[in-house]
Write a new protein. Structure first.
Length: 391
């Protein structure tokens, strides 16, 4: 795969796929600009190389229709402020009017195309739409890791039209950190996996068994594993159809001599509400009809010991319903432990990163991945279409 720094970008029209799908409030104000800020190193490099920069992104789910509540106009304004440079917004992402604006872009200047998903052809990876989009430029750069698991036109379909193509600095960083953490880790490698469902992470768990030295399981998904071992988890969220899968995974872990850590106690509550009655109980003593909503203090201590000598930590998914303060202590404690570890720490997934931000430990994590689904697919051992297309 060609490195961005090896490309001749001087005066070249460069199509850059970014992920500017940022959250906005009802007034159209951006409430979290992290994804925009993460793209700045690539954009500043391209500006310094005197490239003619054509940015393309999606926003939300307009379902192939021109729904202006999903316009990238607020992003153009915000990006202009961050770069201290005008970033005009094109009225569309293809078509004669866009082509005229592209021709007028000068060296070191930028143009942001309107939402790609105003065209249903983007998500369908339509060949003609891909051709028209690619015709706007001479060089292609993918800097949108978060959508690189999608075989969409702007991610995959355009690439055959470019002899010069490369990952952006952000995408390259994602690839490099994942390789260091999973493919060639310093050991012991410990994976910390949480979240709501086993079903969404079963394939990742299966693949990681062959790579990790220890596996820590928390969140609601741990309930399925606990029930598979005969524990009564009350009214807690459980995927009963995956009890056999959970049992089999624990059996294979034992065969591989991978130590699996499950909660030994939980914060149980009589309802899922901020004012619920809650208490710490062992997993043997969850009251009938109550819910396990966080790992308990003994589990935190157990998991802390599992992380103590780790050299590499991969974290995906919170340990409990951290959005509610009453059930956030387990996740916050693990964020502090991961941050304090003398290890390469890589986290992925929106909930994991949100929890780390909430804990105040973001600056102490080696790398926080920008992609939830894409990060999980790499953990599953899959090759991402967007990365494969650059090779």
């Amino acid at each position: 795969m060609t490195n961005l720094r090896d490309l001749n970008l001087q005066g070249k029209r460069t199509l850059v796929r970014v992920d500017f799908n940022v959250p906005m409030n009802d007034r159209g104000d951006i409430t979290d600009d992290l994804r925009i800020r993460m793209a700045l190193p690539t954009l500043e490099y391209l500006i310094g190389q005197n490239a003619k920069i054509i940015l393309c992104s999606h926003m939300g789910r307009p379902k192939g229709k021109r729904a202006m509540e999903f316009s990238l106009a607020p992003v153009a304004v915000h990006l202009s402020q961050l770069l201290h440079k005008a970033v005009p917004l094109a009225p569309d992402c293809i078509g004669p009017e866009v082509e005229k604006m592209v021709v007028q872009v000068q060296n070191g200047e930028l143009l942001l195309l309107e939402n790609l998903r105003f065209h249903a052809e983007e998500e369908k990876n339509d060949p003609e739409f891909s051709r028209q989009l690619a015709a706007l430029a001479e060089v292609y750069v993918n800097d949108a890791f978060a959508v690189s698991h999608r075989a969409h036109a702007s991610v995959v379909g355009v690439t055959p039209h470019f002899a010069a193509r490369a990952p952006g600095l952000l995408l390259q960083k994602e690839i490099d950190y994942f390789h260091r953490a999973i493919d060639n880790p310093a050991r012991p490698l410990v994976a910390l996996i949480g979240g709501a469902k086993v079903s969404g992470k079963l394939q990742a768990l299966e693949n990681m068994l062959a790579r990790v030295d220890r596996l820590i399981l928390g969140g609601a998904m741990a309930n399925t594993f606990l029930k598979s071992q005969g524990f009564d988890v009350g009214a807690s969220k459980v995927e009963d159809d995956l009890l056999d899968s959970a049992r089999n995974l624990l059996r294979r872990a034992a065969e591989r001599k991978v130590k699996v850590y499950l909660p030994v106690d939980v914060i149980a509550a009589d309802s899922f509400a901020p004012d619920a009655v809650s208490m710490a109980v062992t997993i043997q003593d969850i009251p009938k009809g109550w819910l396990a909503l966080d790992i308990g203090p003994a589990s935190v201590q157990c998991f802390r010991e599992a992380l103590a000598d780790a050299k590499t930590i991969v974290w995906n998914g919170p340990m409990g319903a951290f959005e509610m303060d009453a059930f956030s202590r387990g996740t916050m404690a693990m964020a502090h432990e991961v941050a304090a570890a003398h290890a390469l720490s890589v986290t992925g997934g929106g909930d994991s990163n949100a929890a780390i931000e909430k804990s105040g430990e973001a600056d102490n994590i080696s790398y926080m991945s920008t992609g939830g689904g894409a990060f999980l697919e790499l953990m599953e051992g899959k090759e991402l279409p967007g990365i494969k297309a650059l090779q």
